[in-house]
Write a protein that binds this ligand. Structure first.
Ligand code: SAH
Length: 387
């Protein structure tokens, strides 16, 4: 399937975050907002003021936008809405990690996770409902793709998280969300247009104002889209490598059959703007007796020899029925040592939010299970319909 066919087949509903007949403003590009106001006879600087209220201050009520004329506020209230997706569940871990199950008007759900650290707060954002890639260790991979998220739904995850964390205005010093990683559910490069539109909203200096260096897009390796992502968005790139041979990667990351390791590494080497100060992150999930030997580590070092890289070792987060186990701490350390000795930073990711099922796709799956159980309970109560 071509990128375009894929985008058409899995397109989000329009409007995504509507308020009945009123048009949603969150998710419009800066140009679209300016054009919308122009059709109402308003100059471009009004669009800038409105943008600052929406993305700089997190304001959702037109009535509170005090530097806009009362007549304009009234017109905006009639025709538009500054909406948020619904929070289906809000879970907080004892380690400070927060996770939201986010529900859209058509009932579809995704997850977003906030991970606070001493020097930053990272929001992990989803790009699709489900995923087509069927990576064998990933729980989202067991859920079929339902659809792409629209830009409004991607941006909506951040707006909702910042509401929940009291993280407005954008200009405050100790922001709760300083970094965004497109590492939630879905493959962002299979929903490029919507992801790009959302990231441009995150980057805009009059609003959310995140720098390119604070945004990371993680891909399983959609090679033809990698260059474009670097040229057009210039965000950091993370690549889910997970295996050092095509033989193994074909199995655990089936996208590898389409874009094998050599092509992927070439795209990484050529990623626009990459250098030793701006490295590509290679994500490597540690699977016991599958990809975690010292020989694997040596092969990994050889693979990335020509790429400014760092390696992020991720202890496998097991889920019920998973066909793998996590490597032992000793073998993870041994692996990290080989990579480090070759001169690459190789931090081991600390699992966060285990008590709230913060691993990819787990909460969503639990929600689907609950719904099935609820449906089952209802079916048991209801008499069979009379034909
Ligand atoms: N499709 C994109 C982004 C979503 S996955 C990609 O593949 O990069 C985000 C990261 O979480 C990937 O590196 C993925 O391999 C990793 N991941 C998924 N399930 C995991 C699990 N159960 N344990 C540890 N890491 C996992």
């Amino acid at each position: 399937m071509s990128q375009q066919q894929h985008a058409d087949q899995f397109a989000p509903p329009v409007p995504a975050l509507g308020g009945g007949a009123r048009r949603a403003l969150v998710g419009l590009s800066r140009d679209e907002l300016t054009e919308t106001l122009a059709t109402m006879g308003e100059p471009a600087f009004r669009a800038r003021q409105l943008w600052q209220w929406i993305y700089g201050r997190g304001e959702t009520r037109f009535d509170s936008m005090t530097d806009l004329a009362k007549s304009l506020r009234a017109k905006l209230s009639e025709g538009f809405v500054v909406g948020r997706p619904e929070v289906a569940r809000d879970m907080r871990s004892i380690d400070g990690t927060a996770k939201w199950l986010v529900r859209f008007p058509d009932g579809q759900e995704v997850e977003s996770v906030h991970i606070p650290e001493a020097d930053r707060g990272t929001l992990c954002v989803s790009s699709q409902v489900g995923c087509t890639l069927t990576c064998k260790f990933c729980h989202t991979g067991t859920q079929r793709l339902v659809r792409n998220l629209g830009a409004a739904e991607i941006v909506g995850q951040l707006m909702l998280a910042r509401d929940a964390l009291g993280d407005w205005p954008s200009a405050r010093e100790d922001r709760a969300v300083t970094n965004v990683v497109m590492m939630g559910m879905g493959e962002p490069l299979y929903n490029y247009d919507n992801v790009a539109k959302a990231l441009r909203i995150f980057l805009d200096n009059d609003g959310i104002s995140l720098s390119r260096r604070k945004i990371t897009l993680s891909t399983a390796g959609v090679v033809p889209m990698i260059k474009r992502c670097g040229e057009e968005l210039g965000v950091n790139l993370a690549v889910s490598l997970h295996a050092v041979t095509d033989e193994l990667r074909d199995v655990i990351v089936p996208l590898n059959k389409k874009y094998p390791i050599a092509e992927l590494m070439a795209a990484c080497r050529d990623y626009p703007g990459v250098n030793n100060a701006r490295r590509i992150t290679f994500e490597y999930v540690m699977l016991k007796d599958v990809n975690d030997s010292p020989a694997d580590a040596k092969a990994l070092v050889q693979l990335i020899a020509n790429v400014p890289a760092k390696v992020n070792l991720i202890p496998f987060n097991a889920w019920p029925g998973a066909p793998f186990e996590c490597s032992s701490p000793a073998s993870i350390d041994r692996f990290a040592q080989v990579v480090m000795d070759a001169g690459y930073p190789s931090p081991i990711r600390t699992p966060r939010g285990r008590d709230i099922l913060a691993a990819c796709g787990q909460l969503k799956s639990e929600s689907v299970r609950l719904k099935r159980a609820e449906r089952g309970a209802l079916a048991a109560q209801d008499p069979a319909p009379v034909a």
